[in-house]
Design a protein around this ligand. Structure first.
Ligand SMILES: [Fe+2]
Ligand SMILES: [Fe+2]
Length: 431
């Protein structure tokens, strides 16, 4: 934990800090006020090194200032306050982000959010949130499980949420969730973002969320105002290119390098899609070339092999596929097609080896699926499903990666195992 003393607290803010003052030892204070507009949308967003640092984002509507308080869960060390940086969002001052640094690996921390509304008006009141718990990544390649969700997008509360809840219940110890875009249908809909956060419940603030934007996170060529404040990325992506520094990044978690790309060239860079994708390709190549970990998972929204030939993403495939294949990425997690497909390159090139390409959908909107979009481009589909909403669990343990796709009622609809053998990997279908 950082050793610098807490920042001075504005006098007018002391009333807000009653609970915090106890934690940081500043002395007595006025009774805690009740917030009329609570802190919500609390989410863990990964840093480049989640062993020792953690970004938290949240909404504190109408707050003048807001801050993160974090300390060891067992009370063995001091609690530190990190001032939230206002990130704008739907209204200036509504959303905040803070990154705690100097954390210990594989350690449980408790954290909460404080809000200061300033001098009256419709500021929403001063308050501190309840304590939540997060755990930092272990130092080495310790076994862990992560979840994957394709497009949530439609009828979130009624039709997508049961799949999400089933995923969280199937993997209660999951340490990460990967989202392959189209989290919502209307990029700037407050109600849909509220529904998304409601569907995940406390899990937005207990595990890191690795998120790639879909085309539905864009409106009129612009990335949703909700996106970067909630999902600021790890700051290690390309340093230029429309939206790329904010949406492209990698994070390393217990032997797995997770890589997030942005496939929305039609929305973000319609005038120079080749250059925009090439910028990501060069960054991807560097990121994979210096990957010290045994496993690699890449996610983006538009699939390289589509279940509908009319939805082919040729430019993406031409630009990124050779790099994903050359560096032996293990899993490529995608969305957009509103059906389920899983496969690899065909024949001697790839069958039975990595990368494994997955396309999945969490929400209820469904399209037809066919194999031509795979087979005509040198790939083979091992499993393809229509009208099937799924969540995926992936467990990584030493030389083995186990993947399973399930429906809300727990039925396994696809599974496979990747085993690391020497310098190679071998994929075996589940039974
Ligand atoms: Fe979609
Ligand atoms: Fe999409």
């Amino acid at each position: 934990m950082p050793t610098s003393p807490p920042r001075p607290v504005p006098r007018r803010a002391l009333a807000a800090l009653c609970g915090v003052v106890v934690a940081v030892g500043l002395g007595a204070c006025a009774p805690e006020e009740t917030a009329e507009r609570p802190v919500d949308h609390v989410l863990l967003s990964p840093t480049a090194d989640p062993r020792t640092s953690q970004t938290v984002t949240w909404r504190a509507a109408g707050a003048e200032e807001s801050f993160l308080e974090i300390g060891p869960e067992d009370g063995s060390g001091r609690t530190t306050r990190v001032r939230g940086r206002a990130t704008g969002g739907e209204e200036p001052g509504d959303t905040f982000a803070a990154t705690a640094t100097g954390l210990e690996p594989d350690t449980a921390y408790r954290y909460r959010i404080g809000r200061i509304s300033g001098g009256g008006g419709d500021g929403g009141g001063n308050a501190v949130s309840d304590w939540r718990t997060l755990t930092t990544a272990a130092e080495g390649a310790e076994p862990f499980t992560f979840l994957h969700f394709g497009d949530v997008q439609d009828d979130i509360a009624e039709e997508a949420a049961p799949v999400i809840r089933a995923g969280l219940e199937a993997a209660p110890g999951a340490e990460l969730a990967v989202h392959s875009g189209d989290l919502v249908d209307s990029a700037d809909s407050d109600a849909q973002w509220d529904a998304w956060f409601e569907a995940f419940g406390p899990a937005t603030g207990s595990m890191n969320h690795v998120t790639s934007p879909g085309n539905h996170e864009y409106a009129d060529g612009s990335l949703s105002d909700h996106w970067v404040p909630r999902f600021p990325g790890a700051g290690n992506g390309p340093d230029r290119g429309e939206d790329l520094p904010e949406t492209v990044y990698h994070t390393d978690y217990q032997g797995v390098r997770f890589v997030v790309l942005n496939s929305n060239h039609r929305e973000a860079a319609p005038r120079s899609p080749e250059r925009w994708l090439e910028t990501q390709r060069r960054w991807l190549e560097r990121t994979l070339a210096d990957n010290p970990h045994p496993w690699t998972v890449v996610t983006f929204h538009h699939p390289l092999f589509s279940a509908d030939p009319d939805r082919d993403n040729e430019l993406l495939r031409e630009t990124w596929l050779p790099v994903l294949e050359e560096y032996g990425v293990d899993l490529v997690l995608q969305g957009h097609d509103h059906s389920y497909s899983r496969g690899t390159l065909a024949g001697d090139q790839g069958s039975g080896t990595v990368p494994v390409y997955v396309v999945a959908v969490t929400g209820p909107k469904m399209y037809d699926a066919g194999k031509e979009g795979w087979t005509e481009h040198g790939a083979e589909v091992r499993v393809q499903l229509t009208d099937t909403q799924t969540f995926q669990t992936v467990s990584v343990d030493g030389d083995t990666l186990e993947y399973r796709a399930r429906t809300a009622d727990g039925e396994t609809v696809d599974s496979f195992t990747i085993v690391r053998e020497g310098d190679g990997k071998h994929v075996t279908d589940g039974s």
